[in-house]
Design a protein around this ligand. Structure first.
Ligand SMILES: [Zn+2]
Length: 391
């Protein structure tokens, strides 16, 4: 019997938690990482994958995506596995009234690991219900979170349009009652400022998503990062990319990153519109961050280790021996590419000569996506049909 089920050879391993960035082989037994070494004997593994010229990193963790409730939600596997994402957080598609339905119809049927933020709206992320304050019950929300702490990470507040932070305050209360965090997607309007939201209605550990949205300008009138964003970061607020279809503008991201205000976590806000108009999968978002000046190693850290820490899942986000064998094998592809942003003034592009593309996804030790058949033998080895049993 061989020691390993799967062996990745000759790849460039980037594992920020374990301070690894170089050529390493990665061996997997069952669902766990069993050995990392400069060279591992290929005769000891049932399957060997040559990862030359590729980057091996922990399975990507998308901290903001939509697979339930929201009108553009997409089934998790199709939007995660082809892009190296092995864990996703559904950002408020369900509320306390609908979480059980999501669990039955989506979470329990997905290969990708799906965790959830409960919407403060009991009915979930349904556009007209998001304005109904009487459907925002912090106690019922906290009770449902406490019932399923294994699957629910926190609270989501989004799209509330009245001129107050009432929905945010109810979300904060639910987070406090359940000992979790709150993720917020709210645009400022006159009389309801982003400064007030960040400094007076959110606390350390809460997340502001869509940090480079044109409608939530991080860059102020003097073309510098607003002071209250800097102060909020000092206070422990976490800043999440949350790309989406209307929430990522190069005009905000480029100067903010140049001035040192990088995302804590890279996420897609993946749903139908973001897929169709912006291709906002994880490698696409990582590519954008890389071309705006963040190093590849940092980009990977913000897409793996950082979100695992937000979720409190130390077995994910790295490839230490004994950890979960969730892996993305990425490649830098050269060519002519246009990266597309969005915002309330339409889409625009940034031309680049290379992109990050996912080649292979491993979830719990199993290959679940293989773009170029790296894990398969050649077709010439196909056995002949058993003609004797047919004729
Ligand atoms: Zn979203």
């Amino acid at each position: 019997m061989k020691s390993y089920d799967l062996l990745l050879k000759n790849g460039n391993l980037i594992d920020p938690k374990n301070n690894l960035n170089g050529s390493f082989d990665v061996a997997i037994s069952k669902s766990k990482i069993s050995k990392i070494a400069k060279s591992i004997d290929q005769n000891k593994s049932n399957t060997v994958i040559d990862a030359s010229n590729m980057i091996i990193c922990p399975g990507l963790i998308d901290l903001h995506a939509h697979c339930y409730g929201y009108f553009g939600a997409i089934f998790p596997d199709e939007m995660c596995l082809p892009f190296g994402t092995t864990t996703m957080l559904d950002a408020g598609g369900s509320g306390w009234k609908t979480f059980d339905d999501m669990k039955e119809k989506v979470i329990s049927k997905s290969t990708a690991r799906v965790l959830s933020l409960l919407n403060i709206v009991g009915s979930g992320m349904i556009i007209d219900k998001e304005q109904v304050v009487s459907d925002m019950d912090p106690v019922a929300t906290a009770n449902k979170i406490n019932e399923r702490k294994d699957l629910i990470a926190g609270v989501k507040v989004a799209h509330f349009e009245a001129n107050s932070w009432q929905a945010v305050d109810k979300g904060r209360k639910a987070a406090e009652l359940s000992g979790t965090f709150m993720m917020v997607d709210q645009n400022p309007i006159k009389g309801r400022s982003m400064e007030d939201l960040l400094l007076n209605h959110m606390v350390s550990g809460d997340i502001l998503t869509h940090m480079y949205a044109w409608g939530k300008p991080i860059i102020g009138p003097k073309s510098t990062v607003e002071n209250f964003f800097l102060k909020a970061r000092e206070n422990g607020i976490i800043f999440d990319l949350g790309h989406g279809a209307g929430s990522f503008s190069f005009s905000m991201a480029k100067p903010a990153i140049e001035q040192g205000f990088h995302p804590d976590t890279i996420s897609t806000d993946h749903h139908r519109d973001s897929l169709l108009s912006n291709h906002s999968n994880m490698p696409n978002c990582m590519t954008k961050m890389m071309h705006l000046g963040i190093t590849l190693e940092e980009v990977i850290k913000k897409s793996t280790l950082n979100p695992s820490e937000v979720l409190g899942l130390p077995e994910l986000g790295h490839l230490g021996e004994g950890s979960e064998a969730d892996i993305a094998v990425l490649k830098i592809i050269e060519g002519d590419f246009g990266l597309i942003d969005n915002g309330l003034t339409g889409n625009r592009k940034l031309n680049t000569s290379n992109i990050i593309e996912n080649q292979l996804t491993i979830k719990g030790g199993k290959v679940v996506w293989d773009r170029n058949g790296l894990s398969f033998g050649n077709y010439e080895d196909t056995p002949k049909p058993d003609y004797d049993s047919i004729y």
